[in-house]
Design a protein around this ligand. Structure first.
Ligand code: GLU
Length: 299
C-alpha cells in the first residue's frame, strides 16, 4: 500500500500537483479486455481522487460510431466498478470548437489545404519512409497547392483536407528542441521528419484524431494521458500541436498492449474477448482483473 501511494505521489508530482486523467474510447464496437486494461490503468493512477477520472467519447466518425456502443461502454465501465466525473465529453458536439482552432492555425500559416485523394497522397510515400514502428511520415503536399489540378478541384467545390506544415510549425516555436515526457520522467524529442504533414482537418469532419484529442485534453485540463503503447509514436505530433496552440502538455503513460493467445493485439473483431460477451458468459469483474497484467498501481 505504501509503495502504491508513493508511486501515485511521484506521478502526481510529475503532473504538476494534480493528476487528472481520462479514458477516451471510440464507440465503433464493444470494449474488450485491452480497453478494460487501459481504463483500469487510468482509474488506478488517480488513486483515491476518483473525481479526477474523466470519460470522453471519441465519436467523430459518424459512419462507424453508434449510440448503442456508447451505452454499452457506460454499462461495461460501471460493471468494472469504474465511475467518472460528469459531464461526459462527446467529441461529436465539439465541431465548432475544432473548426475555430483549425482557423487559428490557418491564419498562422501552419496548416494548408490539400486536394489530393487519400490514394494520391499515399502514392507520394515511398517504401523507405516506413519506419520500424510503422509510422510512415505523411507527405508534404504544400508545393502542389498552386498546381492546375488543385485549382481545378478547389474551383469545383471539392473540400480539401487540412495538413499541418510540421516543419514550419516547429520552426515557428523559435528553434529550441521540443520534448514530451512519459510517466517515468523520460523526455522524448519531437522530430517532424518522423511524422510529416499529418492531416488535422478531414473532408467529413473539422478535426482528425490528432487535433481533437489535443484540444480536448487541453480543455479538460488533463495532466496524465494513459493509453496503449501503439499510440506512443504519435505523441510527438500531439506535443507539437499543444505547443502551437498554446496548450499545456500532459505526462504520457503508454501501457503495454493486451494480446490474444496468438500474440496479436486485441481489436474490435475479438468478439470473444469483448466485455459484453464475457459478462454474458457469467464472468465477474474479479475474473477480468485476474486475467489482466498488474497495472503497476493497484487499488
Ligand atoms: N479514441 C482513441 C482510441 O480509442 C483515444 C486514444 C487516446 O487515448 O488518445 O484509440
Amino acid at each position: 500500500m505504501a509503495t502504491q501511494t508513493k508511486k501515485i505521489e511521484a506521478l502526481r508530482r510529475l503532473c504538476g500537483g494534480i493528476l487528472r486523467t481520462r479514458f477516451a474510447p471510440s464507440p465503433t464496437g464493444y470494449l474488450h479486455l485491452g480497453h478494460a486494461y487501459s481504463a483500469l490503468c487510468a482509474w488506478h493512477a488517480v488513486g483515491e481522487r476518483k473525481e479526477h477520472f474523466h470519460l470522453r467519447i471519441d465519436d467523430l466518425d459518424e459512419t462507424r460510431c453508434k449510440d448503442s456502443f456508447t451505452q454499452q461502454i457506460f454499462s461495461d465501465l460501471r460493471w468494472l466498478g469504474i465511475t467518472w466525473q460528469d459531464p461526459v465529453l462527446y467529441q461529436s458536439r465539439r465541431h465548432a470548437l475544432y473548426a475555430k482552432k483549425l482557423a487559428i492555425l490557418e491564419k498562422q500559416g501552419l496548416v494548408y489545404p490539400c486536394y489530393l485523394s487519400r490514394k494520391e497522397a499515399g502514392s507520394l510515400l515511398s517504401a523507405p519512409h516506413l519506419s520500424a514502428d510503422g509510422l510512415a511520415p505523411a507527405p508534404s503536399t504544400r508545393h502542389l497547392l498552386d498546381s492546375d489540378g488543385s485549382r481545378q478541384r478547389a474551383a469545383s467545390g471539392m473540400p480539401p483536407v487540412w495538413r499541418l506544415d510540421s516543419q514550419r510549425a516547429l520552426a515557428s516555436l523559435g528553434g529550441s528542441t521540443l520534448y514530451w515526457r512519459d510517466h517515468d520522467g523520460t523526455k522524448h524529442s519531437v522530430n517532424p521528419a518522423e511524422f510529416g504533414d499529418v492531416v488535422l482537418g478531414r473532408r467529413d469532419s473539422p478535426a482528425s484524431y490528432h487535433l481533437s484529442t489535443v484540444i480536448d485534453d487541453g480543455d479538460s485540463a488533463i495532466t496524465l494521458v494513459v493509453r496503449g503503447a501503439d499510440l506512443a509514436p504519435v505523441t510527438q505530433i500531439h506535443r507539437l500541436l499543444q505547443a502551437v496552440l498554446g496548450l499545456p502538455s500532459p505526462i504520457y503513460w503508454h501501457h503495454p498492449l493486451i494480446t490474444d493467445e496468438a500474440g496479436q493485439r486485441l481489436a474490435k473483431r475479438h468478439d470473444a474477448l469483448a466485455l459484453k460477451t464475457l459478462r454474458e458468459t457469467q464472468k465477474q469483474p474479479a475474473d477480468i482483473l485476474k486475467s489482466l497484467p498488474e497495472t503497476g498501481i493497484t487499488i
